[in-house]
Design a binder for this molecule. Sequence first.
Ligand code: ADP
Length: 297
Amino acid sequence: MDASGRRKSIAGIIALGVGLISILIVLYIGWILLNWRTGILLFLGVLLVLMISSGILLNTIFLVREIRRNEQHDAFINAVTHELKTPVASIRLYLETLQTRPVEEAKRKEFYKIMLEDSDRLLNTIEQVLRTGRAGSSSHRLNPSRIDLDEVVRSSVERVRNLHRVPVDGLRYVPCGPVTVWGDLDEVRAAITNLIDNAVKYSSAQVNVTVETEKLNERFVVMRVKDQGPGIPKSELKRVFRRFYRVPGPLASRVKGTGLGLYIVRSVAKRHGGRAWAESEGPGHGSTFALQLPIAK
Ligand code: ADP
């Protein structure tokens, strides 16, 4: 079923639910008027109507949720298939070229570089999918240690700079000084890299991103990633952290992704007793993503 078909079926289910509840209320009022003298019957009737109405309401909510979830699954499968197929197809093409005809040295070096970048992209997608599985499972334990936050942020900034070939003044880092965080190094690094990577990925050709850290108090430190990119509508600021969720519109088709990055960021924050949130004055005004983590005692 396509998106408009689904939307119609959601609207149909909501209309059915509201219609049934309205009929029940009308019947109920008529019934009260007819039987207002018989107290116990009246009480039982009220109970029955309340039970049936809440049943219909719960059923409607459940159905709508299921349809939404299905829709997001479809979008996710499409996105992941694309993210897996594209780099493999590209690597194959370069290998075929290298195998079938002589290629001069400089070109060959360029092909190897592109193939390496494609395999990085492939690994990154696989890593995100595996991490999402771990984030959702309660049996996966954290492996906490004392982490030098400055070192982790610095290396993530460097990684994103190289990956997207960002000039030094396009991605700046302003540390608040040495801070030691108590957490799982692998998870914290993944969350920090996801936020910086998004800020650069969603900015247009002109990247202008600032990463800064600030000690909130004795217990928490916050890392903020500010960009001058497309911004996010206020109504979407919470939704972007949902699993598989991507803000609909031209941005989602221009910039490829799976909708897993921010879900991982939020799960990592929660598992560490911290939190993650987004701020934006709306489309065209850039966005700020914040990750709050506990300071090691
Ligand atoms: P992905 O980037 O793979 O789509 P994420 O979970 O990282 O998944 O992001 C979810 C959605 O949030 C994105 O599809 C995008 O619409 C929005 N988003 C995330 N970061 C930014 C940003 N810095 N600026 C604007 N929109 C963003």
